[in-house]
Design a protein around this ligand. Structure first.
Ligand code: SF4
Ligand code: SF4
Length: 276
């Protein structure tokens, strides 16, 4: 059965926010809200490095690593369990969605989500531009919303907007249950982690850190067949991962510190214009 998931290569991510912006446009996400955010290791503000400046008493050793984050479409989704009216549900393909007609705005799901992935429409939502580029209707005041993996695009055989618009090839979308899919190949090839693994939510987003994956052609619907025909790591690069799934990260850079998967502060809440 299809089980959609996402791989994000943190070594490839350049923090350009193209995923966050394209998500807003594609999905008509209101001003002041983000379904898709690019966090940094050093703090809640964008582009905040970890480490300290000498003027502030630090060693001057600074490090920057980006962690794009959104709804993790958990296999074991706490938001689905707590919703009293079944407005939040998991589709057969594993995407967690919200039925806005059923949602009563109780926000139990926001409290239950350990990833702060959900946002509440407090006021009459303001959109800029007025219409997004996707065919996604604006949500009404008083409901909770979040990333849908662009399910309207997935239903047409397309990748999510954030995946298509990432200029660094840092995002890969596909079927986790298909061993031959691109996401499965990357998860098998690289050491990946999920956020807050100890919570038992089994998120569908897997992060690569410490070793940069090879770039891929951006024509997403051709990715899997092209990977079968022409391995992306057979392009003459010297740091080719071995066929047995092993790879030597010491040869391929990866000097950044990885963000620990169990660190709640890396998933801060998003200001929603309400009481936060
Ligand atoms: S679009 Fe790609 S490179 Fe840019 S912030 Fe998002 S994941 Fe990183
Ligand atoms: S806010 Fe809406 S989706 Fe969330 S738990 Fe309440 S009814 Fe369900």
């Amino acid at each position: 059965m299809t089980n959609y998931g996402l791989v994000i290569d943190q070594e490839r991510c350049i923090g350009c926010q193209a995923c966050a912006v394209s998500c807003k446009q594609e999905n008509n996400v209101p001003m002041g809200q983000f379904w898709n955010r690019v966090l940094t290791e050093g703090g809640d503000k964008i582009d905040t490095p970890s480490g300290g400046y000498p003027d502030d008493g630090g060693s001057g050793s600074l490090d920057m690593q980006y962690q794009p984050t959104a709804c993790q479409h958990c296999e074991n989704a706490p938001c689905v369990k707590v919703c009293p009216v079944n407005a939040t549900y998991t589709r057969e393909d594993g995407i967690v969605e919200i039925d806005y007609d059923k949602c009563i705005g109780c926000r139990y799901c926001m409290a239950a989500c350990p990833y702060n992935a959900r946002v509440f429409n407090w006021d009459d939502p303001e959109h800029m531009p007025e219409e997004g580029t996707g065919d996604v209707a604006a949500r009404p005041q008083g409901v909770v919303e979040k990333c849908t993996f662009c399910s309207h695009r997935v239903d047409e055989g397309l990748d999510p907007a954030c995946v298509v618009n990432c200029p660094a090839d840092a995002r890969i979308f596909g079927d986790l249950d298909d061993e031959g899919s691109t996401v499965s190949k990357y998860i098998n090839e690289y050491e990946t982690n999920q956020l807050l693994e100890d919570r038992g939510t089994d998120p569908k987003t897997h992060y690569i850190s410490g070793e940069m994956s090879p770039g891929r052609p951006q024509t997403s619907d051709k990715l899997e067949s092209e990977l079968d025909d022409v391995s992306p790591w057979s392009d003459g690069a010297e740091d080719v991962p071995s066929d047995d799934g092993g790879s030597d990260s010491s040869e391929s850079g990866g000097s950044h510190h990885s963000i620990e998967g169990d660190a709640v502060p890396h998933v801060p809440a998003v200001g929603s214009g309400g009481d936060d």
